[in-house]
Design a protein around this ligand. Structure first.
Ligand code: AMP
Length: 281
């Protein structure tokens, strides 16, 4: 596996592969890799002749410098993992490689970016959309994979690919969970033992809502109430938002639709965790 630090070198390697008729697959990440990332890599690799992964903790998508600094980083063990997975190219640039001094151009997916995560983290999705566009421009993948764990992000990436007419197939893969149901996340290592235990209430709350829906509850109030009761029983979690929204515009819905997204964000101490489930009826 080649570890590439420079955008120009990455672009050259990827465009040479494309010119040789190879299918280029790509998984953008912020590193501190776990089984969720690995699932994306394996899926892309199954379809690609050249598999590229990026590890870039993107400063423009963080709201606080403290969160950016605290974000877990372990490039050497990540690289070992990617070698074992048979990844061909690892792009790991420094921030100043991705953002030249006085960088003034940003990508914004209007509307979708202001809701849910965007409301809690102003500017977050501008950072995400900008860096994904730059990475797509450098790697020019035929196919790229994202996780349903970050459902709003996946929708925003699909929207920017459609609107900017980018020639890349976007795959969205299911959320990988730990044995106790907690969604895998690089941020989980930041949790203290008690916070990690408390985090189990997040998937339990989603399951309680799904059970209520299965039992015939249709009203948002009833479904959200089932989830809120579980979360409320865990004093170490502080709820940021819990919403039942449609899967296209992410607007709140009063009743279950054919497909409805239940999204949650909580703080466990200073660590923010998100999760979601699609309810089908
Ligand atoms: P991140 O490194 O957290 O920015 O995530 C990189 C990619 O991995 C994104 O597309 C995420 O949605 C995806 N991802 C993160 N956690 C999971 C998970 N538990 N299951 C599936 N995909 C995930």
């Amino acid at each position: 596996m080649d570890i590439v630090r420079r955008a120009r070198a990455m672009r050259d390697a990827c465009s040479a592969a494309r010119a040789a008729g190879k299918i280029v697959g790509f998984v953008p990440t912020m590193g501190a890799l776990h089984e969720g990332h690995v699932a994306l890599v394996r899926r892309v690799k199954a379809q690609a002749d050249l598999t590229a992964v990026s590890i870039f903790v993107n400063p423009t998508q963080f709201n606080s410098n403290e969160d950016f600094t605290r974000y877990p980083r372990d490039l050497s063990s990540d690289a070992d993992l990617l070698v074992r997975e048979g990844v061909d190219l690892l792009f790991a640039p420094e921030p100043d490689e991705m953002y030249p001094p006085h960088a003034a151009t940003f990508v914004e997916v209007a509307g979708l970016s202001d809701k849910l995560e965007g409301k809690s983290r102003p500017g977050h999705f501008r950072g995400v959309a900008t860096v994904v566009t730059k990475l797509f421009e450098i790697v020019t993948p035929h196919v790229a994979a994202f996780g349903q764990k970050d459902a709003q992000q996946a929708l925003i990436v699909k929207t920017l690919v459609r609107d900017l007419m980018l020639n890349v197939e976007v795959l969205v893969l299911p959320t990988k969970r730990e044995a106790d149901g907690v969604a895998m996340s690089s941020r989980n290592v930041l949790l203290g033992v008690e916070e990690r235990r408390a985090a189990r209430a997040i998937p339990r709350a989603l399951e309680a809502a799904a059970a209520a829906a299965e039992a015939g509850e249709r009203d948002a109030g009833g479904i959200l109430g089932a989830a809120r009761t579980v979360l409320g029983g865990e004093r170490l979690l502080r709820l940021d938002y819990l919403e039942l929204v449609d899967t296209e515009r992410l607007d709140p819905v009063p009743k279950l639709q054919k497909e409805t997204l239940l999204v949650v964000a909580v703080f466990a101490g200073t660590t923010r965790l998100i999760d979601n489930i699609v309810l089908r009826s």
